[in-house]
Design a protein around this ligand. Structure first.
Ligand code: SF4
Ligand code: SF4
Length: 343
């Protein structure tokens, strides 16, 4: 199999439209499955895979400045479609360089595993292993560039490509921020952990479990209730989900919208998203207790010796503050330049 130059592969991915790109070694992904009980590893898919090229597509920030979640739900689908196309074309290009390559679906569930939202590969962990970011309090991947406002996919290839190194610094500000926790309508955010069932109530309003619940009720209903069920909001939601994916996933963008990581946040969201209407005294207390638990050195599952690999083993060292300073300096420089031009 060929050995491909990482810089050439990344330049091709960017040329095809990737916003960010990194490379992870399959042997590392095989050695460090996110949950060893249900190993989401390349070797389960193909014994020949040597490298995974991880492609990121950002979600346009305008969607997070709207009054409702509808625009971001529609954009999610468009972003995923574009990302699949970029990844497919990259796989095609890799094959033309002599290296077999393929893409797996970014949003799918392997039913033999945990059921529901647990795919053959965890794209967020792929992103961390490819050096693109680290996991946040709500276990989304946070990239320094776009925070959590992105989707990722992986192109699996038999080419040997020099891998990137995972970041050791924690990108997430952590417990002292807790904005994702405060914003979550179902209080699903844990301590570098998430309750996927609770999240799905908002994030997949018309997703699989809603369909299952609807059908279970339907099969035992009497004729009148069946007629009513045929005219229900749920059924319309399922139809719209099939048509535009809206409602099936990514319905709730709150933890993405309020996360203060990324220049897209500094530029366009900081002011608009500063207040968090969902914040309650209980959620604030929960965040404080997380902070105290970490300071006490309590055992925290999301930060145990296995999981801390993806959160950033060196802890938070101020990356967001550094980024904000650099962003403001750049804005000031541009303003001076513009003044100079006017003058
Ligand atoms: S997507 Fe919504 S429901 Fe899920 S964790 Fe984020 S804020 Fe909570
Ligand atoms: S909102 Fe704050 S605590 Fe949550 S993921 Fe972003 S930086 Fe981390």
């Amino acid at each position: 199999m060929p050995t491909l130059d990482a810089a050439t592969v990344k330049a091709k991915a960017r040329e095809l439209g990737a916003d960010l790109v990194g490379v992870a070694a399959a042997r590392v992904l095989n050695a460090f499955p996110p949950d060893p009980r249900w190993p989401q590893t390349p070797e389960r898919i193909s014994p020949h895979c040597k490298s995974v090229v991880v492609v990121v597509q950002r979600i346009p920030v305008g969607a997070f400045r709207c009054k409702s979640n509808i625009p971001v739900q529609y954009l999610d689908m468009l972003v995923l479609r574009k990302m699949d196309r970029v990844a497919y074309r990259l796989a095609d290009w890799l094959e033309r360089q002599g290296a077999p390559a393929f893409v797996t679906a970014a949003q799918e569930t392997d039913w033999s595993y945990k059921r529901a939202s647990y795919g053959r590969l965890s794209t967020r962990h792929l992103g961390v292993e490819a050096g693109l970011g680290t996991l946040g309090l709500e276990v989304n991947i946070l990239t320094p560039e776009f925070g959590p406002r992105l989707y990722l996919t992986g192109v699996l290839t038999e080419a040997e490509i020099e891998p990137d190194q995972p970041m050791r610094e924690q990108v997430c500000i952590g417990e002292s921020c807790s904005r994702c926790l405060h914003s979550c309508p179902t209080d699903a955010v844990g301590h570098f952990d998430i309750d996927k069932r609770d999240c799905a109530k908002e994030a997949q309003e018309f997703g699989f479990f809603t369909i299952l619940t609807y059908l279970e009720k339907f099969v035992t209903a009497d004729a009148d209730d069946k007629r009513r069920a045929l005219r229900s909001r749920e059924l319309f939601g399922f139809w719209q989900g099939l048509l535009r994916v809206v409602g099936s996933f990514g319905d709730c963008p709150r933890c993405l919208a309020v996360c203060p990581v990324g220049n897209d946040y500094h530029a366009h969201l900081a002011e608009f998203q500063k207040p968090i209407p969902e914040r309650t005294p209980e959620k604030v207390a929960k965040g404080r207790e997380f902070k105290a638990a970490r300071e006490r050195g309590d055992a925290i599952a999301g930060l145990d010796p296995w999981n801390v690999r993806w959160v950033g083993p060196d802890g938070y060292q101020g990356i967001v503050a550094r980024q904000l300073r650099a962003f403001r300096d750049e804005q000031a420089r541009r303003a001076r330049e513009a003044q100079g031009e006017d003058g």
